[in-house]
Ligand binder design. Structure first.
Ligand code: CJB
Length: 834
């Protein structure tokens, strides 16, 4: 029975609800109310944690109202929606973002101050929502911000992991992983116990022929797990639009443990079913750019995809439209290949459950999906074994075989007798055991495939997906260069810089249209502006220096050049080259006389990032960085000339503090390996310069800001293959400066040399796959150019201002508009007065 809506009461109540607080008193009243009632505490016993909780609940109340209105508006408009399917959403903290997007941080600051709290301390209480590994997950979070800010009708779908990415501790110089249980108190999610979907695994398929001679497949038996929806409101910036991120949590279908087993004394097994079911959404796999092929991961993928599609189809069916209109109402974006099963699941729903013809169903499917590729690294391309599929998802495997058959038939028509081509493009790899190539399935099942930066989109067309360009033609493949949200990565992370920019551009509109940054270039020679610019950077460095002192005990001089590399630790990202460079710098300093040393540019080398728990080489890199720090930081001769810092547990909220404090950041991947990079954009947007290779978005950043404002070095992507070939078949000599670095390590300068031999022999004895030695000389030379440029502080400030002014292109708003127009074919929903 549905309650009839008491319209007058509802209206009367809503009239009193505005989307913001009237003033600081209004805000305080709400905080006090939440402390005293929701939290059942007294204001006399309200600590920072309680203040955080109450403040979040007060803002959450504002969000919910707009969230409801947005959903009603979208339902009423009945226009096309986009669904962003991502296994990762690296959201970070929500409160600061909510306050800024609603536009009432000032009110909260004043209100909290009156209640006896500093807003910064309150914000710091929040645990990061860390449901992602790195760039791919953070990109999804930036996209949600832009989708809401631009008023697109959009939903995110993901998994509600009980444990996000592990917390990293550094103990005796080694990484130790600690579980990240983040759900103790999370005011930003709403359990929807009434929104559940039963998800089937295992079982068997039977086929029969109906009266019309049509084959009907039914999938029976196996195991059922329940998916429960948890909704997270996503506020847009300076708009009432508040979108929804729906995360699925797994539960045993019965929801209860087995009392019979319990009563008969079988305590352990009585909860086993429940625990097994809950395991599905228990933990985020902590690998970045690596596919491990674990059964539970495939279970996660199907669980999330099936629940999301059920939800999407249920919403579509309410509109009572014909199936052929599905792609006019629904766009689904596959964030990497992780959700590719959605292609098969939609075909299954349409053919097996809704009775559509194969071809009609397949037309709907391919017009619905778009696929984004984020990497060309072979070890990251997902493959699942056919026997595993057969066991876990028997009907889906049949459908994949049929999809593949029809696809290969079209290929054969186009390329008769080219058996090699058929083998190369097949969705099934003929190996032992056979494997399902998820990227091939994603390409075949989508109408558009995009890379994430120009170079990367070209590379996928000429290397890993070359054959598909021949099969489908070039128009199916496109580029959408990544972007970042300026709300979090400028306004929130660097409030003073944001304030200075708005004072010169005349408003905060640059946060909605980042190309307005261009206006600040007029002020690049204005002495007051330049002074304020430099002071802001310095203040951000002082803040980071204090944090370094607090967390590592090391004193660093804020006037030194802060050189930062923070990102996941990976051989292709080449943190090893950076630390070898630091050792080279240390050896050079040691060889100089005290007089000569005085001329040297003081530097703080700052590292941060997690290694996947099973990635031995990445862990060795972390260990070497810490070992070098332990020696260099305690060398009295060196003092402030060089410090080496490893910041523990790099995450989104730490990035918000570190990025605005950098003078120089390192984006030094082997050319052709980093698809885009997005932190490069964040650093430049905050006035830091870059040392980098001609890789990913570095290339487009250079085009926008000008070659004079970036320090590029190293071999080009087009030459990498030949160089590698030479390493294997030609002569391979290690760069002489790098030899000296290796000798120092081997002498025991940084502790037990055996601890670091893996890194050395990868370069010296195992083909130097990442071209560390080939690029080392050019890297060192370019670092010398950096030192020289930094000594000319005035010149440096000009570079910094020019760079920021020219970063307008890299907003995720531009990026989302490109997806909307070129891939999703959706329009923003206008906001009218309600
Ligand atoms: N990326 O973070 C990941 N994980 C992967 O498994 C594959 C790629 C990154 O995606 C970012 C967003 O597109 C890119 O900027 C970055 O270069 C890429 O490594």
């Amino acid at each position: 029975v549905e309650a009839s809506i008491p319209e007058p009461q509802r209206k009367a109540w809503l009239e009193h609800q505005t989307s913001g607080f009237k003033d600081k008193d209004g805000f305080e009243t709400e905080v006090v109310r939440h402390v005293e009632t929701t939290l059942a505490r007294s204001m006399y016993n309200c600590d920072e944690q309680a203040a955080y909780s109450a403040c979040s609940l007060a803002f959450r109340d504002r969000l919910i109202l707009e969230w409801n209105r947005t959903q009603q508006r979208q339902t009423f408009a009945d226009s096309k929606r986009v669904y962003y399917l991502s296994l990762e959403f690296l959201m970070g903290r929500a409160l600061d973002n909510a306050m800024l997007n609603i536009g009432q941080k000032d009110v909260a600051k004043a209100g909290l101050a009156e209640l006896g709290f500093r807003i910064e301390d309150v914000i710091e209480q929040e645990h990061d929502a860390a449901l992602g590994n790195g760039g791919l997950g953070r990109l999804a979070a930036c996209f949600l911000d832009s989708l809401a800010s631009l008023n697109y009708p959009a939903w995110g779908y993901g998994l509600r992991y009980r444990y996000g990415i592990f917390k990293q501790e550094i103990i005796d110089g080694y990484q130790v992983e600690v579980p990240d249980y983040w759900l103790d108190f999370n005011p930003w999610e709403f359990p929807r116990h009434d929104v559940t979907v039963d998800i089937q695994f295992y079982g068997h398929v039977t086929k029969r022929t109906d009266d019309n001679g049509k084959t009907i497949a039914t999938w029976d038996g196996g195991e059922i797990v329940k998916a429960v929806a948890y909704d997270v409101p996503i506020p847009g910036y300076a708009t009432p639009s508040t979108n929804n991120l729906r995360l699925w949590s797994s539960k045993a279908a019965s929801g209860e443990f087995d009392f019979q087993k319990f009563n008969s004394g079988d305590y352990e097994n009585s909860v086993a079913d429940q625990q097994r079911a809950e395991t599905i959404s228990a933990v985020l796999y902590p690998n970045d750019n690596l596919d491990r092929g674990k059964e539970l991961r495939l279970k996660q993928q199907y669980f999330w995809v099936a629940a999301s599609l059920y939800d999407i189809v249920r919403r579509f069916k309410k509109s009572k439209r014909a199936w052929k209109e599905f792609p006019e109402q629904v766009a689904i974006q596959l964030n990497d290949t992780h959700p590719t099963l959605a292609v098969v699941e939609l075909q299954r729903i349409l053919v097996d459950l809704e009775g559509l013809d194969w071809d009609e169903a397949w037309g709907i499917v391919t017009n619905t999906f778009g696929y984004t590729n984020h990497t060309v690294l072979p070890e990251a391309l997902e493959k699942w074994s056919v026997p595993l599929f057969q066991h876990l998802l028997p009907r889906h495997l049949q459908l994949i075989y049929d999809i593949n058959l029809f696809f290969l038939q079209t290929v054969e028509r186009k390329f008769p007798k080219d058996r090699d081509m058929l083998g190369r493009v097949s969705i099934i790899e003929e190996a032992q055991p056979k494997m399902v190539r998820m990227a091939h399935l994603a390409i075949v099942g989508s109408h558009k495939v995009n890379g994430v930066a120009e170079l990367h989109s070209d590379l996928i067309k000429t290397t890993i997906f070359k054959d598909f360009v021949e099969v489908f033609g070039p128009d199916k493949f496109t580029n959408v260069t990544n972007g970042i949200t300026p709300r979090r990565w400028l306004h929130q992370a660097n409030p003073r810089l944001s304030e200075l920019i708005s004072s010169k551009t005349g408003s905060q509109n640059f946060l909605k249209d980042l190309t307005e940054l261009a206006k600040i270039e007029h002020y690049k020679d204005d002495p007051d502006f330049r002074k304020e610019w430099a002071e802001i950077k310095y203040a951000n460095k002082v803040r980071l220096a204090k944090y370094i002192k607090k967390t590592t005990g090391v004193d660093v001089n804020p006037s030194a050049l802060f050189d930062v590399q923070v990102k996941r630790i990976h051989e292709y990202k080449r943190q090893q080259m950076n630390i070898f460079g630091v050792i080279h710098r240390y050896l050079t300093l040691k060889s100089l006389s005290p007089e000569e040393r005085k001329k040297f540019q003081p530097k703080v080398s700052i590292f941060g990032g997690k290694a996947a728990p099973g990635y031995w080489m990445a862990k060795q890199i972390i260990h070497l960085i810490n070992a070098v720090g332990a020696v260099v930081n305690n060398d009295k001769e060196i003092g402030d000339l060089l410090k080496v810092i490893f910041l523990e547990d790099y995450n989104v909220s730490k990035a918000e503090m570190i990025i605005p404090a950098s003078d120089l950041s390192e984006h030094i991947s082997t050319a052709g390996t980093e698809a885009s990079g997005t932190s490069n954009m964040k650093f430049v947007l905050n006035g830091g310069l870059i040392i980098g290779t001609c890789d990913g978005a570095n290339i487009e950043i250079t085009r926008e800001i000008g070659e004079q404002n970036i320090f590029l070095f190293g071999n080009l992507a087009e030459d990498v293959e030949d160089i590698r070939h030479n390493h294997t078949y030609g002569s391979h000599t290690v760069d002489p400066d790098l030899v000296k670095v290796f000798e120092a390590i081997e002498k025991g300068t940084f502790g037990e040399p055996n601890d670091f031999m893996g890194m050395i022999s990868a370069v010296r004895d195992h083909g130097d796959f990442y071209l560390v030695s080939d690029d080392f000389h050019s890297y060192i030379e370019t670092q010398e150019l950096v030192d020289k440029a930094y000594r000319d502080q005035e010149g440096w400030i000009t570079k910094s201002i020019e760079s920021v002014a020219r970063m307008g292109f890299f907003s995720s708003d531009r990026c989302i508009n490109e997806y909307a127009e070129g891939i999703w074919n959706i329009e923003p929903l206008p906001i009218k007065d309600q």
